[in-house]
Design a protein around this ligand. Sequence first.
Ligand code: NAI
Ligand code: 15L
Length: 269
Amino acid sequence: MPAPRTVLLTGAAGGLGTLMRELLPRYGYELRLFDMRPIDGEPDAVVGDLGDRDAVREAVRGVDAVVHLAGISLEASFDKILRANIEGTYNLYEAAREEGVRRIVFASSNHAVGYTPRPQGDDPLIPVDTPRRPDTFYGLSKCFGEDLAQLYWDKHGMETVSVRIGSCFPEPTSVRMLSVWMSPADGARLFHAALTAEGVGHTVVYGSSANTRLWWDLRSARALGYDPQDDSEVFAEKLVAEQGELDPADPAHACLGGHFVTNPPIWPH
Ligand code: NAI
Ligand code: 15L
């Protein structure tokens, strides 16, 4: 597959989309932006909803690849998750198939495996093929996205890298994030590797920096050429002084998904 040049960035108005709008063009990509919200200073961005199949098809037309970030990024009602993350991701894949787009990078999440007990002490890192244990409807929608990606590879030969992102924000803001943080610069490195690696079929990777306190195995990401440069440990002293170390007896700290595991369902319909 020739290296993609034009890339559709869905969810471009969001937190991660905003970071990637700045960082991905440095790798030579021309971005087409798509989001249901307009973006200040980006008059060419396509404003559209993933539920609008015609709009999605038009958005993917002519691009070489898609970085699919759009969707609900936290827990919500099943109905909302169904529309944005499940039907929306289906619409995106189907449009990409119809328009001959061969590579998608799918923003999955650690919450696809959120109920997995986190490693402690000398426990081995969590492998990428650990059984999925979604911690929310949100995490369940990421499991759907990963399975959809597998289906479109097996049936249609469309390639996907599903990135189970930890927490991609400018800085870690909690002790948990010391384990799951992906710096924005490493996020761009990983998306670039996922866009350009040869023969990925459907590959699932964890998305985080080379954190000293890492919980999961980055080997499948490194096999794509990802070489993370950052380590959250530089933020550890301050965060641990403020918050203390994670208490393994606290259910909110016992699993990969953190407070997603314990939060009661508080969504409005
Ligand atoms: P965000 O909530 O800041 O951005 C999501 C964007 O998607 C928003 O701009 C929103 O307007 C757009 N969107 C939502 N529903 C849409 C629809 N139906 N049609 C068109 N656009 C729609 O989320 P964030 O943090 O930027 O995350 C981006 C993606 O990465 C999400 O899919 C999220 O689940 C995933 N992810 C992010 C993590 C992180 O640390 N930021 C961690 C794990 C996964
Ligand atoms: C996610 O999937 C969310 O989209 C993000 O906002 C963070 O909460 C992240 O997981 C996390 O686990 O910290």
